[in-house]
Each structure stands twice: as structure tokens, then as C-alpha cells.
Design a binder for this molecule. Structure first.
Ligand code: NDP
Length: 245
């Protein structure tokens, strides 16, 4: 029997792609959802699709700790507990290092790394008191291997993998699960965060041709959430079958 029903799940970066697909799959299974991102109109559209669902929306930029605390506060005020935090927000403005796109590097560090840390900082004290909880982050194959023109993105995803493993070790005795889901190529809007138009369009084409769909990753996230208390999925790599790297 599914354990998803009535679980309180907070999703950061829920307005499109993997976060949106996960929100919908969890809503269909009766989870209580608090979903956040910067594009409020996209969150509103998702909520409208599930009039019977238990979905609360909150505009938030994960780089802003006050915003993240507001999302967590909404979950606590509404339900008095948080079972799962899914840190999914991320961007991927890839380019060769020689181009020196320092602003993009800073944004990637702020969103992909500090965004995850902001979520962790906001919920770990709550979950430690609860003596239960589950923190999930969307990592990447790029958190396991490095490839050209993606060094900084890979760096952020390697960092998330290290942080989530440290979290696991430190918080296991509080019964807090730590999971990273590491997708290969998935057809989402992520290509739009690449500022070089040619690179962006090539990636979009490739992802549509042989990438996974966001629902595939959502099913992996739901699998990790729907595990018995004794069982924690630490890292799940989910690639398109034909992906070489
Ligand atoms: P999308 O671009 O469709 O989704 C990204 C999500 O992150 C959106 O909901 C976006 O919402 C949110 N987001 C970005 N910046 C912020 C911010 N500052 N504050 C709050 N939310 C933010 O792409 P994906 O679904 O593909 O990406 C989801 C995750 O999956 C990312 O972490 C990405 O690195 C990872 N990933 C994706 C792969 C792929 O091939 N697609 C492969 C491996 C990993 P909004 O803009 O409304 O704020």
C-alpha cells in the first residue's frame, strides 16, 4: 500500500519540468503539497488542475533565505509537520570556462548550492525535533562525472552530492533520510537557462530526441518517498537507456 497519502511534501522549484511532474504525481496520490518557485502564475495553473488536491502555493526564490523560511512556515502553519522537503530548483547555464561568465557561475552557485542549503537549514531543526523526515535533492549525472563546457554546473552538482551525504551521516540518528536523484538528460525547460542560443537549441533538440520525460524522474522521486521507515534511498541515477555518459 502506498505511504504517499497525507504525507506533507514541500517542493522547491515546482513550476516546471521535474518539479511540476513530481507535484502532479504526488497530488494524484493524495499528498499534502506546498509548492514554491519564482513564477507564481505557473504554480497557480498547477493548483487549478487539481481542484480536489491539497496544494498550497508560495512564491519563493531559493537564494533568498527569508523566502525559503516562508515556504517552510506555510507548511508548518498549515499541517504542523513536514515529512519531505524536495530541493529541486536548479539552472544550467553551461559554457566553456574560458568565456569567464562569472555572473552565471555565481547564479549557479547561489541557486544550485545555496538554494539547497537554504532548504536544509530551514527544515533540519524541525525534522530533528520530529525525529523523522526526508530531504531530497535533484542532483545529476553531472554530479558524478565531469564533462567539457559544464565544469561549473558539474561542480555545483558534485557539491550537492557531498552535502547530501554529509547530511545523511549527521542526521541518520534523528531518523532523517537523505536522497539524491541524479537524472541524465530529461526534456524540460532547463535548456532555456543556457544563454548561448546555439548551445541551448542543440541541447533542447537532443533532449527531445532521446531524453527522458519529466514524469520518469517524478516516478523515481515518488519511489524514494514511498519507502518504509527502515529504508532510505541515498542516490538514484536515472539515465535514458541510450545515454553514453
Ligand atoms: P526546469 O527549468 O523545467 O525547472 C527548474 C525549476 O527550478 C523551475 O521550477 C524553476 O522555477 C526553479 N528555479 C530555478 N531557479 C530558481 C530560484 N532561484 N528560486 C526558486 N526556484 C527556482 O528544469 P528541470 O526540471 O530539468 O530542472 C530541475 C532540476 O533537475 C534542476 O536542479 C536541474 O539541475 C536538474 N537536472 C535536470 C536535468 C535535465 O536534463 N533536465 C538533468 C539532471 C539534473 P522558477 O523559474 O519559476 O523559479
Amino acid at each position: 500500500m502506498s505511504t504517499i497519502q497525507d504525507k506533507v511534501v514541500v517542493i522547491m522549484g515546482a513550476s516546471s519540468g521535474i518539479g511540476e511532474a513530481t507535484t502532479k504525481l504526488l497530488a494524484q496520490q493524495g499528498a499534502k503539497l506546498i509548492i514554491a518557485a519564482r513564477r507564481l502564475e505557473r504554480l497557480e495553473a498547477i493548483k487549478e488542475e487539481y481542484p480536489e488536491g491539497d496544494i498550497h502555493i508560495q512564491q519563493a526564490d531559493v537564494t533568498n533565505y527569508e523566502d525559503v523560511k516562508k515556504v517552510v512556515g506555510l507548511a508548518m502553519d498549515t499541517y504542523g509537520r513536514i515529512d519531505v522537503l524536495y530541493n529541486n530548483a536548479g539552472i544550467m547555464p553551461t559554457a566553456p570556462i574560458v568565456e569567464g561568465r562569472r555572473e552565471e557561475w555565481q547564479q549557479m552557485l547561489d541557486i544550485n548550492v545555496m538554494g539547497v542549503l537554504n532548504g536544509i537549514a530551514a527544515v533540519v531543526p524541525i525534522m530533528a525535533i520530529q525525529k523523522s523526515g526526508h530531504i531530497i535533492a535533484t542532483d545529476s549525472v553531472a554530479g558524478h562525472v565531469v564533462y567539457p563546457d559544464s565544469a561549473i554546473y558539474c561542480g555545483t552538482k558534485f557539491a550537492v552530492r557531498a552535502i547530501m551525504e554529509g547530511l545523511r551521516q549527521e542526521q541518520r540518528e534523528n531518523n532523517i533520510k537523505s536522497t539524491i536523484i541524479s537524472p541524465g538528460a530529461v526534456a524540460t525547460e532547463l535548456y532555456q537557462t543556457i544563454n548561448d542560443k546555439n548551445v541551448s537549441e542543440d541541447l533542447h533538440k537532443a533532449q527531445k530526441e532521446w531524453g527522458l520525460v519529466a514524469d520518469d524522474i517524478a516516478s523515481a522521486v515518488v519511489f524514494a518517498i514511498d519507502t518504509p521507515g527502515r529504508m532510505a534511498v541515498s542516490d538514484m541515477i536515472v539515465r535514458p537507456t541510450t545515454q553514453p555518459m
